[in-house]
Design a protein around this ligand. Structure first.
Ligand code: ATP
Ligand code: MG
Length: 312
């Protein structure tokens, strides 16, 4: 059962150089209860996809469904009540928190705006419960951001995102600004919160090993497009799209016998004038003439979906 689904979603930006095709015809789904990892090189459109799905930015075209309902053109009061159900955690907890506000203030604001609690007692109970789930204590409520470590700040941001009991969270590189030693702790806490609050995640990262640790399914993006999506273990064990293979090859692998075909060479083409055919063709070791002419559709193959002429 899909919690979130997009259909041919596009988000283009106008820039001096031309139209930036940041998200270019993406049909992707997040199943209830899962963590969908989204990977791809810098600039491939991961953040734009997450923000567009949450309607933080307006899609250029295509559809967005949430819990089976078309939310593409939702606004006003309907959109306000939907805001409670979906939220985002950004990469940098320092700029996400107000230095003048305590942890209590940060959690209080959404609870009050959305009328989530009837009494101060209930509010405190809920705040402490969420802080505890994120490995923090009641005493942290009176702390200011500068009194917290980087990891604690990000745990406060996650607690704030969770306090409205959302169904869906976009986690946009939530641990990239933190030390490696803190990252795995946060992943564990996120996993605990997911089970406790029955929330589904879209976990965006360019750190392949982190995504591998947390994802049930994996989506791989290249230049605004989804090129492979399926069960995370399957894709990690046997990446099929030449881009996925190259992407995995370009990071240290836990298993040195991993079958991969070629490391990633050359530059990502510009999203302003993406190539006519497959966007990966100019860098692809398996490119044929058809690849430069036609953009491959995402089709079912090997128990997943792949956009590559090799698998037609
Ligand atoms: N507001 C904007 N105006 C113009 N171009 C934008 C805007 N936001 C994003 N872009 C462009 O859209 C493309 C996708 O950007 P996006 O931030 O979604 O990529 P990303 O995959 O999240 O990258 P990273 O891994 O670096 O965070 C990039 O070329 C970026 O420069
Ligand atoms: Mg990003």
């Amino acid at each position: 059962m899909n919690l979130v689904e997009t259909e041919n979603l596009k988000k283009f930006f106008d820039s001096k150089k031309g139209t930036v095709k940041a998200v270019n015809d993406v049909s992707i789904n997040v199943i209830k209860g899962e963590t969908l990892g989204v990977v791809g090189e810098s600039g491939c459109g991961k953040t734009t996809l997450g923000r567009t799905i949450l309607k933080l930015i307006k899609p250029t075209s295509g559809k967005i469904y949430f819990d089976g309902k078309d939310i593409t053109n939702l606004d006003g009061e309907d959109m306000r009540s939907l805001r409670k159900k979906m939220n985002i955690v950004f990469q940098d907890p320092v700029s996400a928190l107000n230095p003048q506000m305590t942890v209590y203030d940060h959690l209080n604001r959404p609870l009050v705006i959305h009328n989530m609690v009837d009494s101060e007692e209930e509010k405190l109970r809920r705040m402490v419960d969420i802080l505890n789930t994120m490995g923090l204590k009641a005493e942290h409520l009176i702390r200011y951001p500068h009194e917290l470590s980087g990891g604690q700040k990000q745990r406060v941001c996650i607690a704030r995102a969770l306090c409205l009991e959302p169904d869906f969270l976009v986690l946009d590189e939530p641990t990239s600004a933190l030390d490696v030693s803190v990252q795995s702790k946060i992943l564990k806490l996120l996993d605990r919160a997911k089970r406790k609050f029955k929330v589904s995640y879209m976990f965006i990262s360019h750190n392949i090993n982190l995504v591998r640790a947390i994802s049930d399914r994996l989506g791989v993006m290249y230049l605004g497009k989804l090129v492979e999506i399926g069960d995370s273990t399957d894709i990690f064990n046997e990446p099929k799209h030449p881009y996925t293979q190259a992407l995995f090859k370009s990071v240290p692998q836990p298993d040195p016998d991993e079958k991969v075909e070629a490391p990633l060479t050359g530059q990502v083409p510009s999203p302003v004038n993406p190539p006519e055919g497959c966007a990966f063709a100019p860098r692809c070791p398996r490119s044929q003439s058809v690849c430069e002419r036609d953009n491959p559709d995402l089709i079912e193959a090997y128990g997943r979906k792949i956009a590559c002429h090799r698998y037609k």
